[in-house]
Ligand binder design. Structure first.
Ligand code: ADP
Ligand code: ADP
Ligand code: ZN
Length: 215
């Protein structure tokens, strides 16, 4: 089960990916999480990525392509993976295809979540993320049981630096210009399943699962 979750910032990729990892027992590979981990660790990768992330811009293709290539070689990806936030450009999608081909693998499905721009802004401004496990919550739409604490691990919830309104607008523009073309890319490859991401989290979840179980 080699999957991509595609969609603009705030579409619900991370939320659905967490559910899918539990359901299928395959890892979520979220380039944003990997990059934030590197920034926090102060590694060379983190130093390189931070400026782009704070500005709402994409980290250069060669950097993220390398990260994903390494990650997919790890043992836990053998039975499958859920890519969340990668690919974000046509160059990344092409690189992924050739890396998978080298491993004798092929994508099974690309699930694209569609959400209105206004709803995206509302979701991202209200998003809170667990510092320890990366799980996402929403102040209104998916509140934690205890304010400020992660339901899954008890970790502290924080607001991402890039989930501020100006940076959100920039990320949405970058998505429209650089990532949205992947919808046609994967439609042409006959891998695309488009779902209405405006529905409530459990409804989207059910539709993602039934799309994956159908053939
Ligand atoms: P992405 O990974 O695509 O950026 P997230 O999964 O982090 O998106 O979701 C963004 C925010 O919206 C989070 O605060 C999450 O709790 C909330 N959210 C996710 N899916 C839905 C949904 N279907 N309806 C309402 N809010 C949602
Ligand atoms: P979102 O909630 O917008 O889906 P992510 O956590 O996936 O956010 O990404 C946060 C930031 O990390 C992006 O704005 C970008 O700077 C960087 N990033 C993540 N994935 C990629 C990628 N595939 N290519 C380039 N930059 C990336
Ligand atoms: Zn947590």
């Amino acid at each position: 089960m080699d999957l991509i979750l595609l969609g603009p910032p705030g579409a619900g990729k991370g939320t659905q990916a967490k559910m899918l990892t539990e359901h299928f027992g395959i890892p979520q590979v979220a380039t944003g999480d990997i990059l934030r981990g590197a920034v926090q660790a102060g590694s060379a990768l983190g130093l390189k990525a931070k400026g782009f992330m704070d500005a709402g811009l994409l980290v250069p293709d060669e950097v993220v392509i390398g990260i994903v290539r390494e990650r997919l070689l790890q043992e836990d990806c053998r039975a499958g993976f859920i890519l969340d936030g990668f690919p974000r450009t046509v160059a990344q999608a092409d690189a992924l295809q050739s890396n998978l081909a080298e491993l004798g693998r092929r994508l099974d499905r690309v699930v694209s979540l569609t959400v209105d721009a206004d709803a995206l802004v509302e979701r991202l401004t209200g998003r809170r993320t667990c510092r320890s496990c990366g799980r996402g919550f929403h102040l209104t739409f998916d509140p934690p049981m205890v304010a400020g604490r992660c339901d899954a691990c008890g970790g502290e919830l924080y607001q991402r630096d890039d989930d501020r309104e100006e940076t959100i607008r920039k990320r949405l523009t970058v998505y429209a210009q650089q990532t949205a073309p992947l919808i046609d890319y994967y439609r042409s490859a006959k891998l695309l399943v488009e779902l209405d991401g405006m529905q409530a989290i459990p409804v989207v979840q059910e539709q993602v699962l039934s799309a994956l179980q159908a053939g």
